[in-house]
Design a protein around this ligand. Structure first.
Ligand SMILES: Nc1ncnc2c1ncn2[C@@H]1O[C@H](COP(=O)(O)OP(=O)(O)O)[C@@H](O)[C@H]1O
Ligand SMILES: [Mg+2]
Length: 324
């Protein structure tokens, strides 16, 4: 507000004749003062006499704000336009270049913009666009950091990248609406793995991971669907939901911190998924989450060793009991 202080201390020092109107709401008054100040600055660039510059200010602050934009005095109208453009976040030099007025007024507008682009006429970046850019920048950094921290096991992906995992033989599909659906889908999946002669340990580790992803849907998102796809030498579990997603700021902890949970829960789901699956692809936004859990069939003996590695807590033991 340096411009306002300078206005009140210097510009009004000599003026004793008029009194500021007091019946206007503060926001209207502030608007009038801003237009008045800009008009004085433009008039100053046009070499108006001091007396006329002060008159201009008082004429503006006793006016109705809506009359200023098309005011017959070009200085007032120009000032009013400049403030409006600034408040809408427009590109001021571009607007001035397209503005219809005498050449000397246009030049004065450019000069006033130059003098006040850091106080009264700041460049306003469109908020929604800048937030979106900020989100994208953070997302890109998190994508690289999560991949690096997990040895490329956890990969954040865009929604459209999920499609490529769906091209293959669909082994099983199911919906998760309530808790009991988790075991229904799991039993279907078990039959399908056994029919393909996967070893018992491999089936057990597949089902454990599938369980964790489906339980997360049930616990954190409400409902969703599951698709199991065989593709070349891999099996993909695609677990989709339309919940609130994992907020970006919680993602590192949710994914990497064993025991972290936003519910009163064990916080072991991510740890298990990352330990057992060959790769976890994740797309999450405020529209929901998609987990793609991939098992490279060449890794199938690795599962035997890793699963015994996990220190089992009570919840996991219960789950394993259910599965076996
Ligand atoms: N499908 C999902 N939708 C929304 N948030 C999720 C989802 N899956 C996981 N999360 C978030 O990630 C956190 C960690 O998940 P997880 O390791 O499975 O632990 P837990 O399920 O025990 O809380 C959860 O507490 C939750 O905040
Ligand atoms: Mg969980």
């Amino acid at each position: 507000m340096r411009w306002l202080l300078s206005l009140l201390t210097h510009k009004l020092r000599s003026s004793r004749s008029k009194v500021l109107p007091s019946d206007q709401p503060l926001s209207t008054l502030l608007h009038l003062v801003k237009v008045g100040y800009l008009a004085m600055e433009i008039a100053d660039k046009l070499s108006y006499k001091n007396k006329d510059i002060n008159k201009l200010f008082f004429e503006i602050i006793i006016s109705k704000p809506e009359t200023l934009i098309l005011h017959r005095k070009s200085v007032i109208s120009a000032a009013s336009h400049m403030l409006e453009w600034c408040e809408k976040g427009s590109d001021l030099p571009e607007k001035i270049s397209l503005y219809q007025a005498e050449n000397n007024v246009i030049r004065a507008m450019y000069d006033v913009h130059f003098d006040h682009k850091n106080d009264l006429l700041p460049e306003r970046v469109n908020n929604r666009v800048s937030l979106k850019h900020k989100y994208q920048d953070i997302w890109l950094v998190y994508r690289d950091v999560l991949a690096a921290a997990t040895g490329n096991k956890l990969m954040l992906i865009e929604a459209h990248e999920v499609e490529r995992f769906k091209n293959g033989v669909v082994l099983s599909e199911g919906r998760i609406e309530e808790r009991s659906d988790v075991s229904v889908v799991r039993n279907e999946a078990r039959k399908c793995f056994e029919a393909r002669h996967f070893s018992k340990t491999v089936v057990m580790s597949f089902l454990l991971v599938l369980s964790e992803a489906m339980t997360n849907v049930y616990k954190h998102a409400g409902h969703g669907k599951v698709m199991i796809v065989e593709q070349d030498e891999a099996i993909h579990f695609i677990v989709e939901d339309s919940g609130k997603g994992i907020p970006l700021e919680q993602l590192p902890k949710a994914a990497l911190l064993s025991g972290y949970s936003t519910q009163n829960s064990m916080g072991q789901g991510f740890t298990l998924m990352l330990k057992i699956a060959s790769c976890v692809y994740l797309h999450t936004s405020e529209k929901g989450s998609i987990f793609v859990l991939t098992f490279a069939l060449s890794d199938r003996t690795k599962g035997d060793h890793e699963i015994t590695d996990i220190s089992l807590n009570e919840e996991l033991e219960k789950q394993l009991d259910e599965i076996i």
